[in-house]
Design a protein around this ligand. Structure first.
Ligand code: 3HC
Length: 260
């Protein structure tokens, strides 16, 4: 049977974490017709998230509807209508099909979050983490739904980057995995499948490359500017390694390098 009949589609999603990744994921899900609740700890953070989403939508609308400004305005309005915010995750997950977490890269904090939400979310709800440096299996172990738990790893900037890594742990059921693949496609992304291994695919290859660029520079073998230019013009990368380190954030990069 087709995957559409195999799985009840993920329509209503809860995104935990209003930072760059969470906001980006919420934006893409809302713009592809999903009902989205974006959750963070404080109203002022959520206000900033909503502003970032609106700014990004404007940039997209300007390009996508270049000669149809009314259609662009309608696209932004429709997307924002699909999106609400909340500071209380436990009270909004009762009707959600997917809880997607994009909070701080701290196992303890993620454990506490999922342990709580496991009690409030319905049976069918799938849990997923956008972590780039922690084990999905270990995060899932804080819940009683390890079969309905997987990884959904997005890339910055989420509205533009077409890839999603879909991570299957030894406990993730095939039904859950298929639902996550279908959801990624419904977002207009291209999913790749990966086991629960440090760095998954992209960071496993990208992070050693960025670290090697730092070492090359530290040995005094090339300036940051020349290394960036070399990789842009010599390898066709959109950003050089130092530009990309700054873009990802040195804190996030360090988390991944230290990866457990
Ligand atoms: N929302 C909407 N539109 C955006 C946007 C956003 N957040 N960011 C950029 N854009 C738009 C711009 O408005 C611009 O539109 P235009 O063509 O109409 O002017 C267009 O995208 C191109 O942007 P720029 O001209 O500013 O710059 P670039 O051509 O360099 O493109 C880029 C920007 C897509 C970010 C490109 O530089 C790129 O692909 N960089 C590499 C990004 C990358 O490798 N990301 C992965 C990092 S690893 C990761 O995320 C994993 C995690 O675990 C750490």
């Amino acid at each position: 049977s087709s995957s559409a009949t195999r799985n009840a589609a993920i329509k209503h999603i809860t995104v935990i974490g209003g930072g760059l990744m969470g906001s980006g994921i919420a934006q893409v899900a809302a713009s592809t017709g999903h009902t989205v609740v974006l959750v963070d700890q404080a109203e002022d953070i959520l206000k900033k998230s909503a502003k970032g989403i609106e700014d990004s939508l404007k940039r997209i609308a300007k390009k996508k509807f270049a000669d149809k400004p009314e259609a662009g305005a309608a696209f932004i309005q429709k997307t924002m209508k699909n999106l609400t915010t909340s500071t209380d995750a436990a009270s909004v997950v009762h009707s959600t099909d997917l809880v997607l977490e994009a909070i701080v890269e701290n196992l303890q904090v993620k454990h506490e979050l999922f342990k709580t939400l496991d009690k409030f979310a319905p049976e069918h709800t799938v849990f997923a983490s956008n972590t780039s440096s922690l084990s999905i299996t270990e995060i899932a172990n804080s819940t009683t739904r390890q079969d309905r738990f997987g990884g959904l790893h997005f890339f910055n900037p989420v509205p533009l980057m077409k890839l999603v890594e879909v991570i299957q742990t030894p406990m993730t059921s095939q039904k859950t995995f298929d639902a996550l693949l279908d959801f990624s496609k419904a977002l207009g992304k291209y999913p790749v499948s990966c086991k629960d291994t440090p760095g998954f695919i992209v960071n496993r290859l990208l992070v050693p490359y960025m670290v090697e660029a730092i070492r090359l520079h530290e040995r005094g073998h090339g300036s940051k500017e020349d290394i960036d230019l070399a990789m842009k013009l010599g390898a066709g990368y959109p950003m050089g390694p130092f530009e990309l380190l700054d873009y990802v954030g040195l804190d996030t990069s360090k988390f991944i390098i230290d990866g457990k």
